[in-house]
Design a protein around this ligand. Structure first.
Ligand SMILES: [Zn+2]
Length: 289
């Protein structure tokens, strides 16, 4: 497996950090459909992408995390899947300007198969629609991220693979005795097996309770697969301050910990909640010398 000639296993690749908080800093109102900005505020979205490229990210994502039909419909944009995702991929490709790969971001629908809220066939169709639009917009690969239910992410992998692009499948691990299982009790080893069987090319973990935890998760994954491992951790453990969630880890601390992630087996490292271009600049400096 390679994306534009990169196989990710011979050296470390740096990915970008959080998008939501960066868009919020540029004035995206709380609760607003951020994907709508791909149409109405493309320059501001491009600014986020460009900041990550300038910081040294070799992979950037797209402003399409909630760009599936089910989530967009909550904002009255259920018919805009194609337009929002195509535009999101095009904006990131322009910002990357050949200096970074663009992975189209696909997040969860918020509906659970286990609770009987949705079926796998419907999920497949929902993700196929989004993945197809990202591919049309020029994405180099796709990433399914912040996934919590194995049935959902497997349906998404199958749908995403239909585009012919390489697919990274990243779940959140924050539960169980040592906090290395998903919310529903799936271990990293079980996830690797199921996601590879579904067709994923890259296996990963993102969001969660901080980078220390993902050093353990990456090691567990590395023990059972030779495939590239993708890790985008949050900037430490989230803390509640008043009505806000805050992350106290500094870019320097994050970058130091990331070296341990690489030692544990991670090939692609970036950041999730609480990270910014400053974190990615420090990360690039620390892991790509
Ligand atoms: Zn996150």
């Amino acid at each position: 497996m390679s994306v534009q000639g990169k196989d990710f296993t011979s050296r470390v690749t740096v990915a970008d950090g959080a998008w939501g908080t960066e868009l919020d800093k540029l004035g995206c109102p709380p609760g607003y459909c951020r994907e709508e900005w791909n149409i109405s505020q493309p320059d501001r979205v491009r600014q986020v992408a460009e900041a990550y490229v300038a910081a040294g990210a070799q992979i950037i994502l797209t402003n399409t995390f909630s760009g599936n039909r089910i989530t967009l419909a909550k904002h009255g944009h259920g018919e805009e899947v194609r337009a929002f995702n195509r535009a999101g991929a095009e904006i990131s490709k322009q910002a990357a300007a050949g200096k970074a790969l663009v992975f189209g971001s696909i997040g969860p629908t918020g509906k659970m198969v286990m609770m009987g809220e949705i079926g796998e066939d419907e999920l497949y169709e929902v993700f196929k629609e989004q993945a197809t639009a990202l591919a049309e917009g020029g994405a180099d690969a796709l990433v399914l991220e912040t996934m919590t239910e194995l049935a959902e992410v497997c349906a998404a992998v199958q749908a995403a693979k239909g585009t012919g692009l390489a697919v990274a499948a990243s779940m959140t691990y924050d539960s169980g005795k040592d906090k290395t299982s998903t919310m529903m009790g799936v271990t990293p080893e079980q996830a690797v097996e199921a996601l590879l069987a579904a067709g994923a090319d890259i296996i990963g973990c993102n969001c969660g309770i901080g980078i220390d935890n993902y050093i353990q998760v990456a090691a567990k994954m590395r023990a059972v697969t030779d495939r590239p491992i993708w890790v985008k951790a949050n900037a430490g453990l989230p803390e509640i301050e008043g009505d806000k969630i805050v992350y106290r880890m500094t870019p320097t601390e994050f970058a130091q910990k990331a070296q341990q992630l690489v030692t544990a087996g991670a090939n692609i490292v970036g950041g999730c909640c609480g990270t910014s271009p400053e974190f990615i600049a420090a990360l690039r400096e620390a892991v790509c010398r």
